[in-house]
Design a binder for this molecule. Structure first.
Ligand code: GKR
Ligand code: MG
Length: 423
């Protein structure tokens, strides 16, 4: 190895990829999902990759860090966090928070900005050492990472556009048909339904229809905090024998604790515990029994591995959250999940919903709902430059610069109200 490897150049490329009209508690997905691809080049000729949110505010933060990263030692992750903190403090006059899609707000943007750079540096470290990133995180606890089929209520197509390949899913029959396609085409052996769209009883019926159509299949329902605690308790009672867990039925740690006290059904979250300092208050009142990690939000792969350890210590289950994403993120999710001994549930992924990807095909593929962990060095994926160019051009012309599910829904249904804790 000899000389340290130092960052010579960083490229941040915003991209947009087609996204179907998936419904959720805050509205509906826009026709284009936005991501940013971070490329970190080194003076010894290596390239590391990261992927993160691609809204304008995040792009500005990423570019500010990219400008300051030249000469950084690729092994100095502590220094990277310090650098990100300093740059953001200068940019914003303090460590201002960040907001994603009207559903997730974080108090500080540091973790979210640090993450793609940390992933890229770990990719470089793995390539230098000739080992997969999972080995840098402590080794491989599994050779294949299981994912769940992520079901959404959806329109047949975006307003004014042709129907997409999935068609509409607005009732239990539509959800069962969508699930059948997910299972047939991808082999998933657990299913998650995004709720918070219709009244709770209608969503319970969809879950019961799934249970009848796929006997024994582990099922989850996630209304993103759409319900009050009493409604959540009612749903938990009804679905206690049917769900493996109920995800974020109600917002906030106190509300989740109230539901947890009245139900034996495990409660999961990617909303009320999304940073390390949320863990002590949540553990103190046993508000959540399963935490969904997410390296994009939690501050990279090493922090997420730390989260896995904390969950093990406190006897909490571990699963993984997803947002609309491409193959660089999938690779990082797979490397992380491979290294977590206590990944007690299949991970979420939006991957089946996209129709384009910018990594060279073949490195990551789904078989039986799982992705085999690459054995090649680093993340195990390479950029397909032509497709990266296409997705960047799509970003240039698509006209979307932030995720705004509520505004897009209101352009179709002007009276739409966000449902959080309404029912
Ligand atoms: O893609 O609409 C969506 C999801 O609702 C996403 O935004 C959530 O963050 O998948 C996520 C979740 O589990 O809450
Ligand atoms: Mg969730």
């Amino acid at each position: 190895m000899g000389e340290p490897s130092r960052v010579s150049r960083v490229v941040v490329t915003p991209v947009a990829f087609a996204d179907p009209p998936l419904l959720n508690v805050v509205g509906v997905h826009q026709p284009w999902a936005l991501r940013a691809i971070v490329e970190v080049h080194t003076d010894d000729g290596l390239l590391g990759l990261g992927e993160t949110y691609g809204d304008d505010a995040q792009l500005a933060r990423l570019r500010a860090v990219a400008d300051a990263l030249g000469g950084h030692d690729v092994y100095d992750l502590v220094g990277l966090r310090r650098l990100v903190t300093t740059v953001l403090a200068k940019e914003t006059g303090g460590t201002a928070g960040a907001s994603f899609g009207g559903m997730l707000d974080v108090d500080s943007a540091v973790d979210v900005v640090y993450s793609p750079f940390e992933v890229a540096l770990l990719d470089i470290q793995g390539r230098r050492a000739g080992v997969p990133v999972a080995d840098l995180l402590g080794g491989r606890a599994r050779d294949e990472v299981p994912f769940s089929g992520y079901l959404f209520y959806k329109w047949a197509g975006h307003p004014g556009a042709e129907d997409d390949a999935w068609g509409a899913a607005l009732d239990p029959d539509g959800i069962v048909a969508q699930a059948q396609k997910m299972v047939d085409d991808w082999g998933f052996s657990s299913l998650k339904l995004k709720g918070g769209v219709f009244e709770p009883e209608a969503e319970c019926e969809a879950i019961e229809a799934l249970a009848a159509a796929f006997p024994g299949m582990p099922l989850r329902l996630d209304p993103n905090g759409a319900w009050t605690p009493p409604t959540s308790i009612r749903v938990a009672e009804r679905l206690a024998g049917t769900l493996e867990y109920l995800e974020d039925p109600t917002p906030g740690i106190p509300g989740m604790a109230e539901v947890a006290r009245s139900s034996s059904l495990p409660l999961a979250t990617n909303m009320c515990v999304i940073a390390l300092d949320h863990l002590p208050p949540a553990v103190a009142v046993d508000a959540v029994q399963v935490v969904l990690s997410d390296h994009h939000l939690w501050g990279g792969l090493k922090r997420s591995a730390l989260l896995a350890g904390i969950c093990q210590v406190w006897g909490m289950g571990l699963s993984m959250h997803s947002n609309s994403h491409l193959g660089v993120s999938l690779a990082a999710m797979v490397q992380l999940a491979a290294s977590c001994e206590n990944l007690t549930y299949a991970c979420d992924t939006h991957y089946p919903w996209k129709t384009q990807d910018l990594v060279v095909p073949g490195a990551l593929s789904f078989a039986g709902g799982s992705v085999a962990v690459p054995r090649t060095p680093g993340l195990g994926v390479e950029l397909d430059r032509d497709t990266l160019g296409v997705l960047h051009e799509q970003w240039q012309v698509c006209g979307f610069r932030e995720r705004a599910d509520t505004a897009y829904m209101r352009s179709v249904e002007p009276g739409f109200e966000v449902n959080t804790a309404r029912w």
